[in-house]
Design a protein around this ligand. Structure first.
Ligand SMILES: [Mg+2]
Ligand SMILES: [Zn+2]
Length: 164
């Protein structure tokens, strides 16, 4: 199966300079709806892969819950649903095995599904976390700038057809 592994913060939604996404500053980045719809239409499974240190501030978990609900509701209104959502709630110091670029979030998913690595990809805005994750699961990394518009399906297709 074909999988689009998508980072959340700075990739699907706006990430403010202080890195704290709250309902007040929530917004979905340009291009997300159209591109995710096209990916679905072309048979891609949508999988969210997000590092969220839920202990960094007192309200981190609440902020995450609220903004995640807004995101999923807005996507649903456009007819878009994620097939899987994987979250690492740990901090760097926890030394967990699921914080990107590590692959613990998706290890079981990879065991359970036959994933076509040649057409699957990661979209993310952090070279270390997202680029490293893509490398570790051996799929193409599509890099986007933090808060840039989400690449269109045509751009994704073009990139996937280019030798890496
Ligand atoms: Mg990000
Ligand atoms: Zn973790």
């Amino acid at each position: 199966m074909k999988v689009a592994f998508l980072d959340r913060d700075g990739t699907l939604i706006y990430e403010p300079p202080d890195g704290i996404i709250r309902p007040e500053n929530f917004r979905i980045l340009p291009g997300v709806f159209a591109s995710l719809k096209s990916l679905k239409e072309h048979g891609y499974k949508l999988v969210m892969i997000t590092n969220q240190d839920l202990t960094v501030n007192d309200d981190s978990e609440e902020n995450f819950k609220q903004t995640q609900k807004i995101l999923l509701d807005e996507l649903a209104r456009e007819g878009i649903a994620f097939d899987e959502i994987f979250l690492c709630p740990h901090s760097e110091e926890d030394h967990c095995n699921c914080r990107k670029p590590k692959t613990g979030m998706v290890d079981a998913f990879f065991h359970e599904h036959d994933i076509d690595l040649s057409v699957s990809f990661v979209v993310g805005d952090r070279e270390n976390a997202d680029g490293g994750f893509a490398q570790n699961i051996r799929v193409r990394y599509i890099r986007k700038g933090t808060n840039d518009a989400f690449p269109s399906f045509e751009e994704v297709r073009k990139l996937m057809n280019t030798a890496s």
